[in-house]
Ligand binder design. Structure first.
Ligand code: UD1
Ligand code: CA
Length: 449
């Protein structure tokens, strides 16, 4: 019978080195909290249980993943004390214990660790990594036969030990047995940080004659811990790089991946060109043959085939095939434009449908509107959709021409094929096929000097 796997994620630390009010594991990397990457990696293995050790109530509140259970560590007294809080909670036979601060973790790393643990028959397996600059990581101390006997934290290490380049990733695979929980209860805190170190399990297991093994992860980047703002930035860079590589692999052309900000989960079609300064966020989908950026912020939006978005902000918007947005346009939630629509300079659109072939080229606000096909919206046109209390709709029929600097005071319906004179303030419905003027007649007077 296959063993059941449980995961315990330690997410209760103070994160002092971040120098932030926010719990460390909630700091975002590419739009998601650090700890949610750990949860995703763990969940990909279909574990029997996922338990998070937390202290800040903001952590469970911020997580929308299903099937998590939480135990509280009332005070962050160290990683060993953190794991002890899960005593009596974990029921699986084999436990994966891991820090909540590894945003680049991938499921294959964990699957490999479990395989190696079960293959070796060890009671405790530590996932290590070899790094040229071991910094603040705990060092794996091996005996003359190469067996791991101890982990020494950098702050407690001798200068010889500091030179060890095999370090602890903080990920362990361990049998869920009484010995584990007893060893955790017996941990001391005689170290530089006065904390109960989980790492001390290695020497306790060794002394008790139990099997300990340490296996090195092939890619140290995948198990990098985030402890500082600088490491947070590096993790973001690496993760964006991963997403960019995957998209380029699918035929996306990226002018400068390093200045392109991509979140995992965004989709981009092939032969689309992404220029520098582009941010693709959340549930964003870009079709084939698009040209995106430079400098575009596109969040939870869809841009369909052959469209172009330059120097613009899109939030929960849809741009249908062959449309062009920007420079300097703002598509707000519910903007649904195209196909073949042109939204130009300094145009803002909110909660509006704009149909095929319509153009709004300059300095326009369109809110709560339904605009037909082939409409020409002159520069400076605005929908006056808000009367101070409620929002009202504006409807413009196909092939109408709205002269420049028109104010459309909603609620308002303008029929098909109408012409609105430039500078009008339109407050009453306009029947199809008519010309409407809503402005004072020009007068010319003799000058008297
Ligand atoms: C830890 C390891 C170190 C290893 C490194 C890998 C110990 C003593 N050290 O150091 O050997 O090289 O991870 O990244 O374990 N946490 C709690 N409660 C606490 C303290 C920490 O839940 O009381 C959580 C933190 O939220 C974090 C994880 O445990 O997610 C690791 O703690 P952290 O302080 O980051 O340990 P490191 O100093 O990085
Ligand atoms: Ca850490």
């Amino acid at each position: 019978m296959e063993r059941t796997i449980g995961a315990i994620i330690l997410a209760a630390g103070k994160g002092t080195r971040m120098r932030s009010k926010r719990a460390k594991v909630l700091h975002p990397v590419c739009g998601r909290p650090i700890v949610s990457y750990v949860i995703s990696a763990v969940k990909a293995l279909s574990p029997a249980e996922v338990i998070l050790v937390v202290s800040d109530p903001a952590v469970p509140e911020a997580l929308s993943e299903e099937g998590l259970s939480f135990v509280e560590q009332p005070e962050p007294l160290g990683t060993g004390h953190a794991l002890l809080q899960a005593k009596g909670r974990a029921t699986a036979q084999t436990l994966l214990v891991l820090p909540g601060d590894l945003p680049l973790l991938t499921p294959d790393v964990l699957a490999e660790l479990i395989d190696r643990h079960e293959g070796s028959g060890a009671d405790l397996t530590v996932l290590s990594m070899i790094v040229p600059a071991p910094g603040s990581y705990g060092r794996i101390v091996r005996d003359s036969e190469g067996r791991p006997v101890r982990i020494v934290e950098a702050r407690d290490a001798s200068s010889d030990e500091l030179g060890i380049t095999e370090v602890n990733t903080g990920i362990y695979c361990v049998k869920n047995e009484d010995f584990l929980w007893e060893a955790l209860s017996g941990l001391g805190a005689e170290n530089a940080q006065r904390e109960y170190y989980l790492t001390d399990l290695v020497s306790l297991y060794t002394q008790a004659g139990k099997g300990v093994s340490a296996v090195a992860a092939p890619d140290p980047d995948a198990v990098m811990g985030v402890n500082s703002q600088s490491e947070l930035a590096r993790a973001g860079r690496l993760l964006r790089g991963r997403v960019a590589e995957a998209l380029m692999e699918q035929g996306v052309r990226m002018i400068d991946p390093e200045s392109t900000y991509l979140e995992p989960g965004v989709e981009v079609g092939r032969d689309t060109v992404i220029h520098p300064g582009t941010h693709l966020r959340g549930a964003t989908r870009i079709g084939e043959d698009c040209e995106i950026g430079p400098d575009a912020w596109i969040e939870d939006s869809t841009v369909e085939k052959g469209s172009r978005v330059r120097y613009s902000v899109l939030e929960r918007a849809r741009v249908r095939e062959g449309s062009s947005v920007g420079p300097y346009a703002h598509l707000r939630p519910g903007a649904d434009i195209g196909p073949n629509v042109r939204i130009g300079n300094f145009v803002e659109v909110k909660a509006s449908r704009i149909r095929q072939g319509t153009k709004a080229g300059h300095l326009t606000y369109i809110g709560d509107a339904e605009i037909g096909e082939g409409v020409n919206i002159g520069a400076g046109t605005i929908t006056c959709n808000y009367d101070g209390k409620a929002k009202h709709r504006t409807v413009i029929g196909d092939h109408s021409f709205i002269g420049s600097n028109t104010s459309l005071v909603a609620p308002l319906t303008i029929g098909e094929g109408t012409v609105i004179g430039a500078g009008s303030t339109i407050t009453e419905d306009v029947p199809p096929g008519t010309l409407a003027l809503g402005r004072a007649r020009q007068v010319i007077k003799e000058r008297k000097d």
